[in-house]
Structures are given as C-alpha cells and as structure tokens.
Design a protein around this ligand. Structure first.
Ligand code: HEM
Length: 416
C-alpha cells in the first residue's frame, strides 16, 4: 500500500512484541497486499516482498549513506564529546554506509585482501576452535550456547584472520561488543555512547599499532593483506583502513553468532530435520542456505531516499527512510513454497536475500558460510542429547537484527 506519508494508521508496529517474537508471521499479514507500505509510526517506508526488496536493493535512488544526517544531528552540539565525534567518524568511513564512488573504492580494498583463498584456509582452524570451545563446556547442567559457543567462535575466527595477537583476544572481544552498542544504541542514551566511544578510541589505537607492526613485519593475515592492497591505491587514508578493520570485526562477529544460535534453535525445534542434519543426509552447504533463509541474522537493511522517487506505485520523498525487510522477503510464498517450514533440502527459483543483494552484498558471506557449515555439524554430533532448557527465549528487541539474548540448552550430561 502506498498510503500518503501523512496518513496515520496503526496497521504495523515493527517493534511490537509480536513482530519481535515472530517477524515472519507478523509480516506475512501485510506482505501480500502491501509489498510497499508507509509506516507512520517510524515515518519510514517498508518493503516486504521478495520482488520489491530485490528491486530496492539494486536501485541507486535508495542511498546507503543513511547515517550522515543522524551523525550531523548528533554532533551538531558545541560540547559534543570529542571521543563520540571520533567514534562516529569511524562509522562514517564504513563502506556499508557509503554510496559510489567511495563505496567501491573501499570495497575493492577489502576484496583484494579478503579473498576466497584466505577464507578457505580458515576451515581447519574453525574446526579446531569449535572442538576446543565444546570441550570446555560443563555439560552437567544447562548452559547458554550463545555465551559458550556461538558468540566466542566468530570473534576468535575474525581476530585470528586479522592478525590480532592471542594475548589481546579478550580485550578485542570486549571492544567488539562495545562497537555493537555504538551501532545499535538508542538516540537518547548518551552514557552508552560515551562508554563505547572510549572503547572505540582504544580500538583505533590498537589497530594503528597493529598496522605499524605488520607494515614492518608482514605476516599471513588480513591486516598485512590490507596494507598491501592499500599500496596499489594511495587514495586510501589510514583512517579508512582502520575503519575497515573495525567494520570487519563488527560485521564478522554478532551476525555469525546469531546465525549459529538461530540455526541450532531451528534444529532443536524440528527433530526430523535435526536427525537428517546430524546423520549427514543433506548437503551441509544447502542446509546453511536454508538456515539463512528460515531465520537469518539480518531482519532488515536501511536506505534513505537520495531523491524524490516513484517506486512500485508509491510516491517517495527525498530523505525518507526505507526498511528493506529481508526476513519478510525470505518468507515470501511467491518465491519459497511453504516458507515457514524448515526444509534443509529446499530448492527455490530465486536465492534468499539474507546477505543482502546488489552493490552491498555481504563481503563476509563466504566466511559466514564456512563457519556455519563447519561448526553446526560439530555441535549437533558432539551433543546428541541437545534440547532446550526450561527457560524463556527472549529475542533482542531491535529491528535490524534477529538474535536471541541467550540460548539455554541441556545436552544430557555426557559426550558420545
Ligand atoms: C551470517 C552472517 C552474516 C550476515 C547475515 C551478514 C549480512 C550482511 C548484509 C545483509 C549486508 C548488506 C548490508 C546492506 O546492504 O546495507 C552485509 C554487508 C557486509 N558484511 Fe555481512 N553478514 C554476515 C557476516 C559477515 C562476515 C563474517 C563479515 C566479515 C568478516 C561481514 C562483512 C560485511 C561487510 C564488510 C559488508 C559491507 C559490504 C558493502 O557495503 O559493500 N559480514 N552483511
């Protein structure tokens, strides 16, 4: 529905408890009739069907430079904390918040360093880190699978790939958590901003030291590869290089943790599919695509209108925000048969959009796929008695990501 932007209805509330608990059922209500919908509550457009989300993600009128106005507003006060200013400047240099030509310049840098080969080389490490984490879990009672496994694994993997020394890994993980806070903090939470801005300050200094170190002592890691890639493009500043390191750290962490946790939850809730997966009766790669589609970690991506536009019959105005609902698109029955059913051997005419689509398609997709396809079979085979503990499941009350706060499970006390 392309309602005039000033018409207020209570039709949707993207942050209502029902939408947070089960976004798939929630958006199914509107998707058929309203592939494009004006949300008066958050004064934003919502794109809900697979078709319009795919079109929207390829449409250059929808700009990725969505935080610039927000940052200008945040930093407009005369007494803005300089550390907060610095932290937002780092975010501004993230390619995911940029349009062409800057976006392509930054993306090319990472593509030169973050190659398929560098990802494939991590397979054995992902395997041994997964086994190590599992070995250290006390199975005598319930445990939070996110805290003990899903969260630390991707942090360790990306830290190792970047070239972060082992001794600094714990600090690194804390900084990573704090950047998450900076990205998702509400508008009126200056304390959280300040805390995470301090963490960002430490992280910048840390990466600057690492860049110096690996410039003098090149090694087989991403930071060295980024330094080399930069040598072929001297338009890249040190600030952009550091921002890119922080983006890889952030982009590679919570998303993958949520993919692992959401997939385990889906398997526990579908014992028949758990059996098929555990016994290796479906190709793991295909199963991971289904996990991404069925309950992927990204619910939506945001754009902002660069100009007035007519889009799928809706009249949109420059500056208006657009939420592209990946979760809704991935459960669109026009593309996926019985979309709310987990079917690990599913085939579909079109791919899911869990990693986005078009110019900003996730640069870490190969790594995320590798981590999930390596770690998930290890977890379900090492813990054959895996079941949910008697605790309520709470989803994070945010709009862009789909992740549980905790995933308490029991594994029957012993290993096979
Ligand atoms: C299951 C895990 C992951 C999911 C679901 C995911 C999802 C996404 C999505 C939807 C986008 C597009 C954002 C947009 O269009 O605005 C994106 C971009 C990006 N992702 Fe991922 N991601 C995952 C893992 C990773 C990993 C492991 C890394 C790196 C270590 C990574 C790095 C990036 C980067 C650098 C971009 C920006 C690309 C650009 O702007 O051109 N992601 N990701």
């Amino acid at each position: 529905m392309s309602a005039p932007p000033d018409e207020v209805t209570d039709e949707v509330n993207i942050l209502s408890p029902e939408a947070i608990r089960d976004p798939y059922r929630y958006f199914a209500r509107v998707r058929d009739e309203h592939p494009v919908l004006w949300d008066p509550r958050y004064r934003s457009w919502l794109l809900t069907s697979h078709d319009v989300v795919s079109k929207g993600l390829r449409d250059a009128r929808f700009s990725s430079d969505r935080i610039a106005p927000f940052i200008e507003y945040k930093l407009s006060g005369p007494d803005t904390d300089p550390l907060v200013r610095q932290a937002f400047t780092v975010l501004r240099n993230w390619m995911v918040f940029q349009d062409e030509p800057n976006h392509l310049r930054l993306r090319a840098l990472v593509r030169r360093a973050f190659t398929q080969k560098s990802v494939v080389q991590m397979a054995e490490r992902v395997r041994s880190l997964s086994n190590e984490l599992l070995k250290n879990i006390d199975l005598s009672g319930g445990f939070d699978l996110i805290e003990k496994f899903a969260y630390p694994l991707p942090a360790m993997v990306i830290a190792e790939m970047l070239g972060v020394p082992v001794a600094d890994r714990d600090r690194f993980k804390e900084w990573s958590d704090d950047i998450g806070t900076l990205v998702s903090a509400g508008l009126d939470d200056p304390d959280r901003y300040r805390r995470s801005a301090h963490a960002m300050d430490e992280l910048i200094a840390f990466f600057r030291d690492l860049l110096r170190h690996y410039t003098k002592h090149p090694a087989a890691n991403l930071i060295t590869a980024l330094i080399r890639a930069r040598e072929t493009d001297d338009s890249l500043s040190e600030a952009e290089l550091i921002a890119t390191c922080t983006l890889l750290l952030f982009g590679g962490h919570e998303t993958t943790a949520n993919l692992i946790a959401n997939s385990i939850l889906a398997l526990i809730r579908h014992p028949d599919q758990m059996r098929v997966f555990r016994e290796g009766r479906v190709p793991v790669r295909g199963a991971v695509e289904e996990f991404l589609r069925y309950d992927g970690p990204g619910k939506a991506v945001v754009r902002v209108l660069a100009e007035d536009a007519e889009f799928e019959g809706a009249r949109m105005r420059q500056g208006q925000r657009v939420f592209m609902l990946l979760a809704s698109a991935n459960h669109d029955p026009a593309v996926f048969d019985s979309p709310d059913v987990l079917r690990l051997d599913r085939t579909a005419a079109k791919p899911h959009v869990a990693f986005g689509f078009g110019a900003h398609f996730c640069l870490g997709a190969a790594l995320a796929r590798l981590e999930a396809s390596t770690a998930l079979p290890i977890v379900v085979r090492a813990l054959p008695g895996l079941r949910l503990a008697d605790r309520e499941l709470t989803w994070q009350p945010v709009f862009l990501t789909r992740g549980l706060r905790e995933l308490w499970v029991e594994a029957g006390g012993s290993r096979p």
